[in-house]
Each structure stands twice: as structure tokens, then as C-alpha cells.
Design a protein around this ligand. Structure first.
Ligand SMILES: [Zn+2]
Length: 402
């Protein structure tokens, strides 16, 4: 029933935003004692060179800044440390998917895989230049032409969408048919909607990153409840405001899934009443992705004029999202493995990444060409912008059964 459908605060890559960001010309460099930081980075360089001799230290390669490309480098490092995506590239599995399709464009996936392979096979401490990759991403998404600062989360959406299109296992999309699953119980309807999605969009990228969100609209007049199921590639969480101090990630999740009243001009048309009624709307998570990307909405939507630097306290381990599931029977526990950080203001900012090496389990700071070990106690900061969580193996077993 399309009349009940509302707009969601969910990011789906089919519909990338077209509004360009104001150009942020200056990359803000961290201030500090020059001699001190040189000493530290030399010392750390030694540590990394030592660690490089052991197998576990692979992947600790910096990326050259090509001119305000820290947003790109930050996301590339988070993806490089995404275990299953990295292995997909390292094992050349992407070739099989590329070869299966006689597609005109395969260069984005090829350059991405080449870059990941270089980052995981390099034995030198030299930073790698992502310029070939950049050429391809800007061919796919012309907004990334040039050297303006961009938003890391938007870049991630464009990149995953581009990679997905090139390795989509579906080569001929079925003709769009309007099937009605509204007579089915919600659980069944959700499954049908998911398999319909896979008939069109099915790739390694979808296997890893895509989940399904359920939105329920309940008529306050007759109690009729209608449901809509949508795939999501990440969740954009509003930052809960408490007036003072820190907020927790769970506060933000609760705000995102909070029951919303649609009244006045927003009143949807109830399917049963056949009239516009006051309704309540609520989101729940129907299907959890293997990798859950949580975007903290620090920037105002109106042309990024302000930034919230609230400290959002997020768990490194055992993020339990069971209370947000559509039915409480499934387990959904996640561990953090990467963070894209934004420091500075909307006018001058800098991106870095904190990532846990999938081989060693140790955390590192990736600041463009520099890679430095860090303590896991430093990972949580008010710069955290995009969080990458992986479903725990025990939850995964449970999910594969359904
Ligand atoms: Zn009604």
C-alpha cells in the first residue's frame, strides 16, 4: 500500500544524494610540537618495520594524501580491515564475479582489489598511492573529481554501490512486477521482500553489508498496522542530546527507532479506514547485516553548516542490539573493528581511521601515509564518525539458520 509509505531516515545507495557539499578547502593538520611528533613517528616507524617481519603485520600500509583525500584514505583503511571484503580481494574471488558478467565497466572493482592486494603484500614502509583507484571512483561518481574535502560516509556509500554494481551476480534484472505480500504474516513478508531484493541486487558486497529494516505504521483510529521492508547499507543515527556530558550509542539507536507520531500534514492514509489518520511509525531491524555500519549524524543536513562534537560512548565489544530486532528471538551481538574519525570543524577538518588488524587483533591509527600502533583504550573519542561493527561468530551461526 504505497499510500502508507513514508520517507525513511535510512541511507539506501540506489538513491545517492545529489546535493554537493560546500567545498572545504583546507585540511586541518593536528597541531603539536614538530620535533616531538617526528621523534614519535620515527620510533613508531621502527616498531612497524620490526613488526613487518612477522606475517601478522601485513596491511599496515599508509595511503598518500593526493590533496584533501583523507576522507577516502580513512574509508579505504576501514574497508581494508574488513576481513571478508579483504579476503574477497586477496583470493581474487572478485575475478570470478567480474568474469561471470560481460559488463562494460569493471575497473573500479579491479582497482580497489589491486589496492587492497598492494596494501596486504607490501613489505616496504612506503605509503601507497591510491591515484589509480581515485581515477576510477571519480569516473563512477564524478562528484569525487578534484581535490575537495568530501564526506567519508557519502564516499563509503558511493564506493560500495559502485563495487556492488560491478560484481552483481544478477546480470539480467527481472521485469518489475507488483506483487502484493500484504496478506502474509510479517515474518514471511520480510523474507519475501528480501528474496525479491536479491533477485535484483546480489553480490559479495550485499552479503557483507546489507541488512533489512522494517517500518510499521499503526493507525490510531482503527489500529490497523501496515509494514514496509527496506534494505539498508548503513544506519544514520541521530545523536541523542542530553543537555550535558556524553551520550551512549544505545541512546542514539533508541532515538533512531523511537516511535514517531505522524499527525497534521504528515498524516498518512490508512489502508483500512481509507482516510488520512494520525499514525505511529516505528523502525525495527528485521535482518542484521554481517557488517553493521553506523553513521553518527554529526553534521547538520542543511549544507553541513554545523557539527556536533558530542562524545558518543560506544562499546568495543558485545554491542547487543536485540532490543531493536523485529522479533526478540534472534541474537545480534557485534564487535567493533574500525572507526572513521573526523576532527576539526565543518570548514576545516581531517579524517583518520582507527582499525583493528584482522590478523593480529591489534589497533592502529591510519593517518594518511602514517600508520601507528595505538591502545584500544584510545579508540573511543568525540571524533568518531562512522563505526564498523562485525557480527560475532555465535550470532552469525544463529543467523545462518534462519
Ligand atoms: Zn485506520
Amino acid at each position: 500500500m504505497p499510500t502508507m509509505r513514508q520517507t525513511y531516515n535510512v541511507t539506501v545507495p540506489e538513491d545517492p544524494p545529489s546535493a554537493a557539499f560546500p567545498f572545504i578547502k583546507q585540511e586541518m593538520r593536528r597541531k603539536g610540537s614538530v620535533s616531538g611528533s617526528v621523534l614519535v613517528s620515527t620510533f613508531v616507524g621502527l616498531l612497524i618495520n620490526q613488526a613487518k617481519n612477522s606475517k601478522s603485520a601485513q596491511g599496515l600500509v599508509g595511503l598518500k594524501n593526493l590533496g584533501n583525500t583523507c576522507f577516502m584514505n580513512s574509508i579505504l583503511q576501514c574497508l581494508s580491515n574488513t576481513h571478508s571484503l579483504r579476503d574477497y580481494c586477496l583470493h581474487n574471488s572478485h575475478r570470478r564475479d567480474l568474469n561471470n558478467n560481460s559488463r562494460a565497466n569493471t575497473a573500479l572493482m579491479e582497482e580497489f582489489a589491486k589496492l587492497i592486494q598492494t596494501m596486504w603484500s607490501s613489505t616496504s614502509s612506503e605509503a601507497v598511492s591510491p591515484s589509480e583507484f581515485k581515477t576510477q571512483i571519480q569516473r563512477y561518481a564524478p562528484r569525487f573529481v578534484g581535490y575537495n574535502q568530501q564526506d567519508a560516509q557519502e564516499f563509503l556509500r558511493f564506493l560500495l554501490d559502485g563495487l556492488h554494481n560491478e560484481v552483481n551476480r544478477v546480470t539480467v534484472r527481472p521485469r518489475g512486477s507488483v506483487e502484493d505480500f500484504d496478506h502474509l504474516p510479517d515474518e514471511e513478508k520480510g523474507k519475501k521482500m528480501w528474496s525479491k531484493y536479491l533477485e535484483r541486487e546480489d553480490s559479495k558486497i550485499v552479503d557483507v553489508f546489507v541488512g533489512q529494516l522494517k517500518s510499521s505504521l499503526t493507525c490510531s483510529h482503527c489500529g490497523f498496522c501496515s509494514t514496509v521492508f527496506d534494505p539498508f547499507w548503513d544506519l544514520s543515527l541521530p545523536i541523542a542530546k542530553k543537555g550535558y556530558g556524553e551520550v551512549s550509542l544505545m541512546d542514539c539507536m533508541r532515538l533512531f527507532t523511537k516511535e514517531d507520531v505522524l499527525d497534521g500534514d504528515e498524516k498518512p492514509t490508512c489502508y483500512r479506514c481509507k482516510a488520512r489518520r494520525r499514525c505511529t511509525k516505528k523502525f525495527t531491524i528485521q535482518k542484521f547485516p554481517r557488517i553493521l555500519v553506523l553513521h553518527l549524524k554529526r553534521f547538520s543536513e542543511a549544507r553541513r553548516t554545523s557539527k556536533l562534537s558530542t562524545f558518543v560512548n560506544f562499546p568495543m565489544k558485545d554491542l547487543d542490539l536485540r532490543e531493536f530486532t523485529s522479533d526478540n528471538s534472534i541474537n545480534a551481538v557485534y564487535n567493533l573493528y574500525a572507526v572513521s574519525n573526523h576532527s576539526g570543524t565543518t570548514m576545516g577538518g581531517h579524517y583518520t581511521a582507527y582499525c583493528r588488524n584482522p590478523n593480529s587483533g591489534e589497533w592502529y591509527t591510519f593517518n594518511d601515509s602514517r600508520v601507528t600502533p595505538m591502545s584500544s583504550s584510545q579508540v573511543r573519542s568525540s571524533d568518531a564518525y562512522v563505526l564498523f561493527y562485525e557480527l560475532t561468530s555465535s550470532s552469525r551461526i544463529e543467523h545462518s539458520r534462519c
